[in-house]
Ligand binder design. Structure first.
Ligand code: FAD
Length: 470
């Protein structure tokens, strides 16, 4: 099997822009009413993201920074930035809130970083269908509040909902709270259209339908600048947060397999192996974790509570705590799930890193085989998802870092067992997904970023395309 862990930045990367070009670009931005950011201090906040969770990515990405930064307040200013970058041949990397996990928003070759700070409006919400159009930099927390006020809610949210932006989530994320019901962001039906600015000397402002928008979804901003998104929403539910304890791991796993196969309305299901639980900051009133006790975290509809009350003891679980979402104090339960589990655990024990796997079914056999070989170097963190039309379990195990070779061997073993890897130690769009080039993403880059200036080095299919300059 080939290596899944990069040793160097992907090639080929353009050289950083020379000072004359930068000066000319900065002058154009000023002329368009924007104040370019220059120098280590002002640019520091535009450089990094959550790649520090990967000891493989950290030495490669640490210290990489843009040469120039700018914040656009309107779609017209976005067009002006795109035109100026195209004219001067300076690369452009989009940035939302900078919460990506793999350096998605970290510029590999300097250039300019653009935040769409002023584009935060909810443009429309259809009261009959729930379809909404929101601008790219809309904070997800605000989007959630605005939809809830109209009886709707986002179908999917990352556990970074309190900080992340809508376009950053669609361009850089994949799944999260709601994936138990709604699957993955790239599943057809979530993203219904996009407004896009192209990177050309005369940038076009395009309205893409769902089919054309699919190539921009999860492309790390490599093939167009998203200025607004049209998406489906769900009917709002006043979710309840539940924490359930299990003495036996097999019971916890069986409950995670059984509950999504009921008629209970659940938004999120997360299982944490005992030793992870003392590392997490539980909501106020919820007992602290104990290494010998596994936990199931649920977001459930109010009408599911009586049935859960009867079902959980039969599955070997004990309800420890419950509270309505939004009304508990301390960290909300959803901020203990997905990559927030990794974040909190690393805050206590920085020697942990992680993997992202979709487990083969039945899941128990793969987990047992991994445990047998890797012992306590792996701690189980499972998330219920709907994948390929079926209820599945994703696994985001905490992994004790024992060096590159050991991590590569662990990945090889997981692949041999039939796991699908969503590699969090990779830089390109392809390696972070299923490893294959998406020809539609590459064609969209050719159409909307013909000079290849957007987020260079992140789309492998671009430099591997047959007509790429040798
Ligand atoms: C603790 C933690 C927990 C996380 N949990 C989840 C989770 O549950 N689910 C999940 O999917 N992800 C998760 N992530 C990853 C990340 O938080 C999400 O993907 C998030 O939504 C990214 O949004 P952002 O605004 O921070 O985007 P950024 O990180 O700023 O950008 C992400 C990508 O989008 C591109 N981009 C930004 N704006 C635009 C635009 N206007 N047009 C085109 N491209 C653009 C950027 O260039 C970059 O490639 C987690 C990360 C951390 C650190």
């Amino acid at each position: 099997m080939g290596s899944h862990l990069p040793q160097a930045l992907p090639a080929p990367l353009p050289p950083p822009a020379d000072p004359q070009r930068l000066d000319a670009l900065a002058a154009d931005l000023r002329a368009a009413g924007m104040e370019p950011l220059r120098g280590a201090g002002p640019l520091a906040g535009l450089a990094a993201d959550g790649f520090v969770y990967s000891p493989v990515l950290q030495p490669l990405l640490q210290g990489l920074a843009p040469q120039l930064g700018v914040r656009a307040q309107s779609t017209e200013q976005v067009r002006q930035v795109a035109a100026a970058c195209a004219r001067h041949g300076v690369s452009l990397t989009l940035r939302g809130a900078g919460t990506g996990n793999y350096g998605q928003a970290v510029p590999l070759a300097g250039g300019l970083v653009l935040e769409l700070s002023g584009l935060t409006r909810l443009r429309s919400l259809d009261p009959h269908t729930g379809v909404f159009t929101a601008e790219a930099a809309m904070p997800l927390a605000e989007l959630e509040q605005r939809l809830q006020a109209q009886g709707r809610e986002p179908r999917l949210l990352p556990s970074t909902v309190r900080s992340a932006s809508l376009a950053g989530y669609v361009a850089g994320g994949s799944s999260g709270i709601g994936s138990l019901r709604w699957g993955f962001l790239r599943d057809p039906g979530h993203l219904l259209g996009l407004e896009l600015v192209t990177l050309e000397p005369e940038p076009r402002l395009l309205q893409l339908d769902a089919a054309a928008a699919a190539a921009i979804n999860h492309a790390y901003g490599c093939n167009g600048i998203i200025t607004a998104l049209t998406m489906a929403s769900a009917a709002a539910v006043p979710w309840w947060q539940l924490v359930v304890a299990f003495e036996r791991w097999d019971d916890a796993l069986a409950a995670a397999q059984r509950l999504p196969a009921t008629a209970l309305l659940l938004q999120s299901l997360c299982v944490l192996e005992g030793p992870i639980t003392p590392l997490l900051p539980w909501p106020q009133g919820c007992p602290a974790g104990m290494a010998g006790q596994h936990r199931l975290l649920l977001l459930a509809a109010p009408d599911a509570l009586p049935a859960l009350g009867a079902l959980l003891p039969a599955l070997g679980g004990t309800l420890l705590w419950q509270a309505p979402q939004g009304e508990s104090r301390g960290v909300p339960l959803r901020e203990l799930t997905w990559n927030h589990t990794t974040l909190h655990a690393r805050a206590q024990e920085p020697g942990f890193t992680y993997l992202q796997l979709l487990l083969p079914q039945p899941e128990g056999a793969a987990l047992a085989a991994l445990r047998q070989r890797w012992g306590a170097d792996l701690l189980w963190h499972l998330e219920g998802v709907r994948g390929f039309g079926q209820q599945r379990l994703a696994c985001l195990p905490l992994v004790r870092w024992r060096g590159r070779e050991a991590l590569q061997q662990l990945i090889d073993h997981a692949l041999e067992l039939g796991c699908l890897l969503f590699n969090p130690h990779a830089i390109t769009v392809e390696e972070g997904g299923l490893g294959v080039v998406d020809a539609d993403q590459v064609a969209a880059k050719a159409a909307y970023d013909p000079a290849g200036l957007l987020n260079p080095g992140k789309l492998r299919g671009w430099w591997e395309r047959p007509q790429a300059p040798g």
